[in-house]
Write a protein that binds this ligand. Structure first.
Ligand SMILES: [Zn+2]
Length: 281
């Protein structure tokens, strides 16, 4: 099942890129079309070519790739975008590219990373140094769920006064960064909280269970992604689309792993979620 990348998938891509780009000189950045979801900034390829790459960072579902002193590339994988890494001997001329391989960063180390995005919902932008928190795609982003700032108390505070269902609030990137349909469904299951429950009704105990469930499902998935990198087990060499160990997501009508009640599918804000009507209240 290939699903939209969420925080753990993006973190897995970041980890893979870190090993390849950090401290390496960019031979050339190839942009094979003028845009993805939005146009690439003017002169982007020239700006990045020849620069020494820094250590990639993640913010929500975005990856920041420092390129020289003046700024960073900002990469979003979109709905189905994927990164793969390959060796590029100087004389190969990158001859094996597919029609959806839109961005290629060729490094002097003779490695390249390629961004393949058939649906072109991905994005590549430039963020000047020091403006990382002011970029229009990043400035309203909420707390990182794996940061020290994230806690049960903060989660309860974020949910307080919200009339929307808890699931909808958890998907709001302005509140918490990086969560999507899959890990929200899994975290709510683990916390025993119904996706229909009003966000405002999350009290201290549920907040405690939910905050720890969110961290757990993300950390376990990141571990799973790391294993897929070490074992070279990525379908088509596409990094980040590892096999997830999911308990409820995508399991409509399957028995709940805890109580055997059939798992239900629920559409909320036009997105499908999955839950156990008996375990989750
Ligand atoms: Zn159950």
């Amino acid at each position: 099942m290939k699903t939209m990348p969420e925080l753990p998938e993006v973190e897995t891509v970041r980890t893979a890129l870190e090993a390849v780009v950090t401290g390496q000189k960019v031979e050339k950045l190839h942009l094979r079309r003028p845009d993805l979801r939005w146009p690439f900034p003017a002169g982007l390829a020239e700006r990045v070519s020849g620069q020494i790459m820094g250590r990639p960072q993640r913010r929500g579902k975005y990856i920041l790739l420092p390129a020289g002193e003046t700024g960073s590339l900002l990469l979003h994988l979109g709905m189905s975008g994927a990164v793969r890494i390959c060796e590029t001997p100087a004389d190969s001329g990158l001859s094996d590219l597919g029609p959806h391989d839109h961005v290629i960063m060729q490094l002097a180390s003779q490695h390249s990373w390629i961004f393949c995005d058939p649906r072109r919902f991905g994005h590549l932008d430039w963020v000047p140094a020091g403006e990382e928190t002011r970029h229009w795609l990043l400035r309203e982003m909420g707390v990182e769920p794996l940061s020290n700032r994230f806690s049960a108390a903060l989660l309860q505070q974020l949910m307080a006064g919200r009339k929307s269902p808890v699931k909808t609030a958890l998907l709001d990137q302005r509140l918490i960064a990086g969560l999507g349909n899959i890990y929200v469904s899994e975290a709510l299951f683990r916390a025993g909280i119904s996706p229909r429950r009003k966000a405002a009704s999350i009290g201290p105990q549920r907040a405690q269970r939910l905050a720890s469930a969110i961290r757990q499902v993300l950390l376990e998935a990141i571990e799973q992604g790391g294993t897929s990198l070490r074992d070279h087990r990525q379908p088509n060499g596409e990094i980040g689309y590892f096999v997830q160990k999911l308990k409820v997501y995508g399991k409509k009508d399957a028995p709940c792993p805890a109580c055997a009640t059939p798992i239900r599918m629920l559409r909320q804000s036009s997105r499908s979620g999955f839950y156990c009507p008996s375990c989750q209240r």
